[in-house]
Ligand binder design. Structure first.
Ligand code: AMP
Length: 425
């Protein structure tokens, strides 16, 4: 052992090892299946971008951009940021490649935010999401929200609520922000310590502030729904009616504005009641009809949604998840005591036939190898020793059976067929 101190993962980040990683695989595979079902294809974009992608996208005065983004200069003096969320990068890719619209893309990605780490809040978390660009048809809003809802149901989550709002398009939003600013200016002395001076930078953020003082002032002030134009009102009605027609329950929260500046019209959030208040948002999203233009592209409507993998897994645990989404266990463990490594060719055959198979190494004793086989979680063990090698036979032993060493002796050339039959029993 060296004297060097053991290095650890950075604060607020996590390693995920098996068997826990099987839950991640199940979650991601289920989301991928849903995304394909709804016509989305996978998009991959770089983990870091020109800092302008996020400053222009999520807003340079947003909390994420000012306090949480990991910004760095590379060796060539360029300013980059690690992705704090998925949407801005995907829309940047849309602007760059101008794919045929409607363009529907899904992703799974780490996201980086310098937050105060606690359960459900990390400095690196992971998001599953979709983005759809090319139309402001409310049918697309309904589709994206329904995808998320059905995905949560398929995971087995039951205590999830959908809250929804409309922020209106740029003009409605502008009129509301002007009215809100006037109200805040008149009542600034009553705001919380952080916002008494700071509200001017981003007045909408005051609706997110959970402190009593800010809640009271904003509750008395102008309300977003009163500032929507007829078109935005009609758009929102079609979204909520569409959801109701599909049996997706939603409640309106007129204070829901979410943390990024790019949102227009529909915004929504999914809340898991099984989780603690401050970290109970398991997903959210909305329309961003001006974002492509802000990133230097054409005027193009879009809507998206993202969900935190860690929070979904916490919510599943809190709801008492009973069946894992995927099982990742070995089918077969090969115990080779021939003394000249028959296991290598045998495993190649078994794996070639689609079985999950493993072995012990270093020519250990039968007893030692059987111990590893038992620990491996494999259903069956295949035993091959000098005697079997001469007779062209192998012994199959059921590692999970209650009976004392139930076993079958089969010809080597019948091995794959016999294993497959036993595994499907
Ligand atoms: P946002 O991009 O802020 O809308 O976040 C999308 C989803 O990611 C949220 O609903 C959470 O489920 C999850 N999330 C956001 N920030 C964190 C974080 N710091 N740690 C863990 N999960 C997060």
């Amino acid at each position: 052992m060296s004297d060097a101190p053991a290095l650890r993962a950075p604060t607020g980040t996590h390693d995920v090892l098996g068997p826990e990683s099987a839950r991640w695989e199940g979650l991601i595979a289920t989301f991928a299946q849903f995304a394909y079902r709804y016509g989305f294809s996978l998009v991959l974009t770089p983990m870091f971008e020109d800092v302008g992608v996020f400053n222009r996208g999520i807003g340079e005065h947003s909390d994420v951009a000012t306090k949480e983004m990991y910004v760095f200069e590379d060796r060539g003096g360029r300013r980059y940021a690690l992705r704090p969320e998925g949407t801005a990068s995907v829309v940047r890719a849309f602007v760059q490649h101008q794919p045929v619209t409607p363009w529907k893309a899904w992703y799974v990605t780490p996201a980086f935010r310098y937050e105060r780490p606690q359960a459900g809040r990390y400095r690196q978390h992971h998001q599953l999401g979709v983005e759809a660009l090319g139309t402001d048809d409310p049918a697309l809003d309904v589709e994206v929200i329904t995808l998320a809802w059905r995905f949560f149901q398929a995971l087995g989550l039951r205590r999830v609520r959908l809250v929804i709002n409309s922020m209106g398009h740029e003009e409605c939003r502008g009129r509301f922000v002007a009215a809100l600013s006037a109200h805040l200016a008149a009542n600034a002395s009553r705001l919380c310590d952080e916002h008494r001076e700071g509200w001017r930078l981003n007045p909408l953020r005051l609706l997110d502030c959970k402190r009593d003082e800010c809640v009271a002032v904003t509750a008395e002030g102008p309300q977003l729904p009163d500032y929507l134009c007829d078109d935005c009102r009609a758009h929102f009605a079609r979204v909520t009616e569409g959801l109701a027609a599909l049996g997706v329950p939603s409640t309106r929260d007129p204070r829901l504005v979410r943390g990024f500046d790019y949102y227009t019209r529909t915004t929504f959030e999914f809340v898991a009641d099984a989780l603690d208040g401050a970290q109970n948002a398991i997903g959210g999203g909305g329309r961003y009809d001006g974002l492509a233009e802000q990133l230097g592209g054409p005027a193009m409507s879009g809507i998206g949604f993202a969900s935190g993998v860690e929070r979904l897994l916490l919510a599943l645990t809190a709801e008492g998840e009973t069946t894992p989404l995927v099982r990742r266990t070995l089918d077969v463990f090969v115990v080779d005591t021939t003394g000249h490594d028959v296991a290598t060719t045998m495993l190649d055959d078994l794996r070639g036939a689609g079985l999950a198979a493993d072995r012990a190494y270093d020519g250990r004793s039968m007893k030692a190898q059987m111990r590893v086989a038992d620990r491996s979680g494999a259903r069956l063990a295949v035993l091959v020793g000098p005697r079997e090698e001469v007779s062209g036979q192998v012994t199959i032993r059921d590692l999970r059976s209650e009976e004392v060493a139930p076993q079958h002796v089969v010809a080597r050339h019948d091995l794959v067929a016999t294993l497959t039959r036993l595994l499907t029993k």
